[in-house]
Write a protein that binds this ligand. Structure first.
Ligand code: AMP
Ligand code: ZN
Length: 464
């Protein structure tokens, strides 16, 4: 029996899908104004693990993930500027190019981490009409009002507003996080539709003039389009509980009278060196940073299993180092068993298989599943049956345990003259201790599809 923790009830519940055959899931996808960091990737590793555990239980999936390419303001509430607009200005690219660049980078990182993609990936900008219709429905049902800035959801109309986050909302009410907009009836009211100032680049004609959708409405509209009014599971990071997901529930109740998801699942944050990740601290590492330091991206995946998804995970380079070492040891153990000639009790195989599944079915307890994997891998007898079972576990763990222990390879491909020149220049810059120039060249190479790894042997290049 699969049990999952439902944020809505604050309890572990037995998972009972709405439909016997197909489980319908919605995951809040990335806002593609910049590269996803390893914290964001934790959320998608969780999404992937959930998919794999559901499949292990025999379910087929219809899973939607959105790509937010409009409407997410610099604050999760409505203040600030649209992140895409700001990025376009700062990076001197069109918002469409920004969206393409970072969506591609995100999908690339998902692939590096063996994250299986949902069946449907939906871009906000390709669903403007669905969103407009959704807002019209909320309006017709009397749950919204218009101001000079846009169309707002009237949270006073819903007695249940705040059901997901419970206590947290009181803090918001006190105005701690939400600045006062005098036109709003209540500080908690949020924008469904935003009237575009002249300088806003992504905007569309609509019933309310030239404007663009709010961030929350995109998830409601796309979930409704592909999954219907009510679906099984909604996932996201814990930061989404008090604003984004609360607002999605409100919108769905305003339009269709129902909470859209039966189960709400949230993944805790990844921290770096015990604190918050941030650009200013330069610790918002990316998957490519991990590879540049000579580690496999799958070492991060391994590390993600060392903490339950509802607990914080602390990233340090030391802990990544031990995850990488463990991963290599697991690969070695697999190889030894694969070459083993002894036989292993079939009942024991069944026992291990059952224990592994039991751990996963206990609200995705990957730390326990990993411990069981290790117990099996450490068996003294070296047996092919064990290797096969380890491989079966790896369908879920997705650590490529059968793919050799070599983590970084020397380049074996022909480099163009341009790339060789850049590499030489960088080597020289490092010799002169001009690290600013060396970093600049590294970024340039990255844009061209190459990453540099500075190892003891010197500078190595890898095609990405
Ligand atoms: P965003 O691109 O900001 O919309 O975030 C994408 C996903 O990453 C969301 O589900 C966030 O909740 C999640 N997220 C952001 N920061 C972290 C973090 N440090 N650890 C885990 N998940 C995070
Ligand atoms: Zn969302």
């Amino acid at each position: 029996m699969l049990k999952i923790y439902n944020t809505l009830s604050r309890k572990k519940e037995e998972f009972k899908p709405l439909d016997d055959k197909e489980v319908r899931i919605y995951t809040c996808g990335p806002t593609v104004y910049y590269y996803a960091h390893i914290g964001n990737m934790r959320a998608y590793l969780f999404m992937d693990s959930l998919r794999k555990v559901l499949k292990l239980n025999g379910y087929t999936l219809k899973h939607v993930m959105n790509i937010t390419d409009v409407g997410h303001m610099t604050s999760d509430a409505d203040e600030g500027e649209d992140k895409m607009n700001k990025a376009a200005r700062e990076q001197k690219l069109s918002p469409w190019d920004i969206s393409k660049k970072y969506t591609d980078a995100f999908l690339f990182d998902c692939n590096k981490l063996n994250i299986e993609l949902p069946e449907i990936i939906a871009k906000a900008t390709e669903h403007i009409l669905e969103m407009e219709d959704y807002v019209k429905r909320i309006e017709e049902n009397g749950y919204s009002y218009e101001t000079s800035k846009g169309v707002y959801f009237n949270t006073e109309r819903l007695n249940s507003y705040g059901e997901l986050s419970k206590a947290n909302l009181k803090d918001n009410k006190a105005g701690a996080r939400i600045a006062i907009d005098k036109e709003k009836k209540n500080p908690l009211d949020f924008a469904l539709w935003i009237k575009a100032p002249k300088e806003h680049i992504m905007k569309w004609d609509s019933k309310w003039g030239v404007s663009y959708p709010g961030w929350h409405i995109e998830c409601s509209a796309m979930a409704k389009k592909y999954l219907g009014e009510k679906f099984d599971i909604h996932t996201g990071g814990i930061d989404h509980i008090p604003i984004h997901h609360e607002n999605e529930i409100a919108q769905s109740k305003g339009a269709y009278g129902t909470n859209p998801a039966k189960y709400w699942m949230h993944v805790e944050f990844l921290q770096v060196d015990g604190g918050k990740m941030s650009k200013s601290l330069k610790n918002d590492y990316r998957v490519s940073d991990i590879e540049e330091r000579g580690y496999s991206s799958l070492a991060l995946r391994y590390m993600s299993y060392t903490s339950h998804y509802r607990n914080k995970l602390n990233f340090t380079w030391d802990s990544l180092d031990s995850s990488q070492k463990s991963l290599v040891r697991l690969k070695e153990a697999y190889n030894e068993h694969n070459n083993g000639k002894e036989s292993f009790d079939a009942n024991k195989i069944e026992e291990y298989r059952a224990k592994f599944k039991e751990a996963l079915n206990d609200d995705l307890n990957f730390p326990v599943a990993l411990a069981i994997t290790w117990e099996l891998a450490r068996t003294q007898k070296k047996s092919k049956q064990i290797a096969n079972l380890l491989l079966e576990f790896d369908k879920i763990l997705s650590l490529d345990i059968d793919k050799g222990t070599q983590i970084t390879e020397e380049s074996e491909f022909d480099l163009s003259l341009e790339i060789q020149e850049l590499l030489n220049k960088r080597k020289e810059a490092r010799k002169q201790k001009d690290f600013v120039l060396s970093d600049e060249i590294r970024d340039k190479l990255k844009e061209k599809g190459y990453i540099i790894i500075d190892s003891k042997e010197g500078q190595q290049v890898k095609k990405i």
